[in-house]
Write a protein that binds this ligand. Structure first.
Ligand SMILES: Nc1ncnc2c1ncn2[C@@H]1O[C@H](COP(=O)(O)OP(=O)(O)OP(=O)(O)O)[C@@H](O)[C@H]1O
Ligand SMILES: [Mg+2]
Length: 331
C-alpha cells in the first residue's frame, strides 16, 4: 500500500471573468472578444502522505482556498489531475461518489457562516451520519453525537442548543465535530483559526492535533501566514499567484527558506520581543492580477533580486536539497 493519500498534478482552476451586462457587447461590439480568465491556480503539483499535515501558505488571493475547494470537489478543475489513494478522483467519483464525499471533509474559516443557524447542534452533527447511512438507529446516532461532542471538548448536554448560543471557538468545535461525523481520512482546513480570538487559536490547533492522532487524520491546512503552521504542519508549500514557489519539510522551510518571497513572509511575522523588525528583503508593490499575470517569474515585479531572465522565463519548481523544492533562478 502506498503512503500517498492525495496527489495533485499540474492542477489548474480558471474562473471566467464576468463582464458587466453591457460591457460584453454594447460598449465593446467586437465580434469575438478574447475570453478573460482569473487563473486562480495555474499548474500546482504536490503530494500529501497519510498522517501528514500539509500546510499551504501565501498572501490573500494566491489561490489557497481554490486549491482546497477543487480537491474536495466543490469546484470543477480546469486542468490537471487529482489522485486519491493513487486513483484519479474523477474515476473514484464516477464509481462511488458517496465514499469519496464521506472520506474527504472541509472545515471553513468562518464558523459563524459555515453552520446553518436554524439547526441545533444535534442536527448539525448527526445530519452527515444520516446522509451517509453510518448509524443504524436513533440510539446509536445519539451516542455518536455525544461522543463526538466530548471528543471536540463540548458538553453533550448542549446538543439541543443553536450555534448562536456558542462562542466562536465553540462553534468551530461544532464544525469540526460535524466534519468528523463521516469518519473521514482527509480534512481540508481552510484558515480554521483566523476568524477566532487570538486567545483561543492555540486551543483549536491543539484540538486538531489531538484529533489527528486519535482518528488517524491527514490534513491540508491553509493559512495566510507562516507563524501558524510551524507547530502543526510537517510539510509546507508556499503559494504565490496560483503557483507553488517553494515546498518542503516545515523545519527545512523555516530554517532555510530560499525563495525571496518565502523570506518576505518570514519577515512579516511579528515577533514578541521586538516590536518592529527591520526588513531584510523589502517587497514593493501589490500582488499582480491573476487575470493578467506577468510573464516570466510571477514574483519578479516585486523581487529585489530579479534579473532580465526572471522577466522572460518562468522558473520551474526544482529540488535543491532532498525534498526541498524551489522555483527561482537564484538556486
Ligand atoms: N468563485 C470565484 N469566481 C471568480 N474568481 C474567483 C472565485 N474564487 C476565487 N476567485 C479568484 O481567484 C483568486 C484566488 O482566490 P482564493 O480565494 O483561492 O485565494 P486565497 O489564497 O484563498 O485568498 P485568501 O487568503 O484571501 O482567502 C483570486 O484572484 C480570487 O479573486
Ligand atoms: Mg482563502
Amino acid at each position: 500500500m502506498t503512503n500517498s493519500l492525495v496527489r495533485v498534478e499540474n492542477l489548474k482552476k480558471y474562473f471566467p471573468v464576468k463582464l458587466g451586462l453591457f460591457e460584453g457587447w454594447y460598449f465593446n461590439p467586437l465580434p469575438k472578444r478574447k475570453k478573460l480568465y482569473v487563473k486562480a491556480i495555474d499548474g500546482v503539483s504536490f503530494e500529501i502522505n497519510r498522517g501528514d499535515t500539509f500546510a499551504l501558505v501565501g498572501e490573500s488571493g494566491c489561490g489557497k482556498t481554490t486549491t482546497g475547494r477543487t480537491i474536495v470537489g466543490l469546484y470543477r478543475k480546469t486542468g490537471g489531475e487529482i489522485y486519491f489513494k493513487g486513483r484519479p478522483v474523477d474515476t473514484v467519483l464516477k464509481e462511488n461518489p458517496g465514499d469519496f464525499r464521506r472520506n474527504v471533509q472541509m472545515i471553513f474559516q468562518d464558523p459563524y457562516s459555515s453552520l446553518n443557524p436554524r439547526m441545533k447542534v444535534y442536527q448539525l452533527i448527526s445530519e452527515p451520519m444520516r446522509v451517509h447511512k453510518l448509524v443504524k438507529d436513533r440510539k446509536e446516532e445519539r451516542e455518536r453525537v455525544a461522543e463526538l461532542m466530548k471528543n471536540v471538548g463540548l458538553e453533550p448536554e448542549y446538543m439541543t442548543r443553536y450555534p448562536h448560543q456558542f462562542s466562536g471557538g465553540q462553534r468551530q468545535r461544532i464544525a469540526i465535530a460535524r466534519a468528523l461525523a463521516t469518519e473521514p481520512e482527509f480534512i481540508v482546513a481552510d484558515e480554521p483559526i483566523s476568524a477566532l480570538d487570538v486567545s483561543i487559536r492555540a486551543q483549536i490547533l491543539n484540538l486538531m492535533e489531538d484529533l489527528q492522532e486519535k482518528y488517524g487524520l491527514t490534513y491540508l491546512f491553509i493559512a495566510h501566514d507562516l507563524s501558524v503552521v510551524r507547530h502543526i504542519s510537517n510539510k509546507t508549500a508556499v503559494m504565490y499567484l496560483g503557483r507553488i514557489v517553494e515546498m518542503g519539510d516545515t523545519d527545512e522551510i523555516f530554517e532555510n527558506p530560499l525563495h525571496p518571497y518565502t523570506k518576505t513572509l518570514f519577515e512579516s511575522i511579528p515577533s514578541v520581543d521586538k516590536v518592529k523588525q527591520p526588513l531584510k528583503v523589502t517587497i514593493e508593490g501589490e500582488v499582480p492580477s491573476p487575470i493578467n499575470p506577468p510573464p516570466g517569474c510571477p514574483f519578479h515585479p516585486r523581487c529585489p533580486f530579479a534579473t532580465d531572465r526572471c522577466k522572460k522565463e518562468r522558473p520551474e519548481l526544482v529540488e535543491v536539497a532532498p525534498g526541498h523544492k524551489v522555483a527561482c533562478f537564484l538556486y
